[in-house]
Design a protein around this ligand. Structure first.
Ligand code: SF4
Length: 276
């Protein structure tokens, strides 16, 4: 027999009721099992004698280790972070210590939006070296400044397609307001069974940015009766069109892509600053 143990961010430790380090030591001392470390920083114990199965499960349970997949939050199970601060000298921001809290906030947001059963691959690193391979996660966070991350979207759930950078700097404090419109659009426009990464790749970043620019925060929250809250008046109908030369349009498009904004957003900001 074999047994896979999911280890959050690959950290083998004893902390409170979670005594993974002690449990593994006891198992190895008692059963002398070989083990493998997986590319997703989990552990597989193998060559388990079936007569030892019950005793082994008992040790794990007594030390607070969850071994049934159903008992593990899937967003956590498929997430991965590099160590970053304080042990990596190249880190520009937190990763291993920040990801659990951010995954929890993403779970809460998904629940509020009626996406309770949804999960996808999330990975985070503290700098662009990408040691936790965020560039093949459906949602990748790459540290770009203190408490700010590049956001990468669009990889496939089985990591056979790369993601692409969606914004250069998302402040960690703006996680909910940043992702609410994206998740609402995912809920509204996905194909049946389409994963989050496949959806972002299919619909494209321009469509995601356009939706986010016109979205009113809070309007997609699901009511207790399961229906989306009534939409308030859209700001889109209050917009006016203007014409600009082709060359300016091309530069505006490039600048908007570089800054992770829609052209409408960037043009409005530029005009507002100019007209002050
Ligand atoms: S991705 Fe950067 S911060 Fe994270 S471990 Fe690698 S070098 Fe360090």
């Amino acid at each position: 027999l074999f047994l896979g143990i999911s280890i959050e961010n690959g950290r083998v430790k004893d902390e409170g009721n979670f005594q993974l380090k002690t449990a593994l030591r006891k198992i190895i001392e008692k059963f002398a099992l070989p083990m493998r470390l997986t590319a997703n920083h989990n552990i597989i114990l193998y060559e388990i004698d079936p007569t030892h199965q019950q005793a082994l499960n008992q040790i794990l349970e007594q030390h607070g280790i969850q071994v049934t997949p159903e008992g593990i939050e899937p967003l956590v199970r498929y997430s991965m972070a590099c160590p970053a601060l304080p042990t990596c000298g190249l880190a520009v921001t937190e990763s291993e210590r920040a990801l659990p809290g951010m995954v929890e906030r993403i779970r809460l947001l998904l629940d509020k939006l009626g996406l309770e059963k949804e999960y996808f691959v999330i990975r985070m690193t503290g700098c662009p070296n990408g040691c936790a391979r965020p560039y093949i996660a459906e949602l990748g966070f790459v540290g770009s400044a203190p408490k700010a991350y590049q956001v990468w979207l669009g990889a496939s759930p089985d990591q056979t397609r790369l993601s692409r950078p969606y914004v250069q700097k998302m402040p960690e404090s703006e996680l909910e307001s940043f992702f609410e419109p994206i998740f609402v659009q995912f809920r509204e426009e996905r194909k049946p069974e389409e994963s989050f990464g496949d959806f972002c790749d299919r619909i494209g970043f321009d469509a995601l940015r356009e939706f986010s620019a016109n979205y009113e925060l809070g309007s997609g929250i699901v009511n207790p009766n399961g229906k989306p809250a009534a939409k308030k008046s859209s700001t889109a109908k209050n917009r006016r069109r203007i014409s600009i030369p082709e060359e300016v349009h091309a530069r505006l498009k490039q600048a908007a892509a570089d800054q992770g904004k829609t052209m409408t957003q960037l043009a409005a900001e530029a005009l507002e600053a100019y007209l002050l």
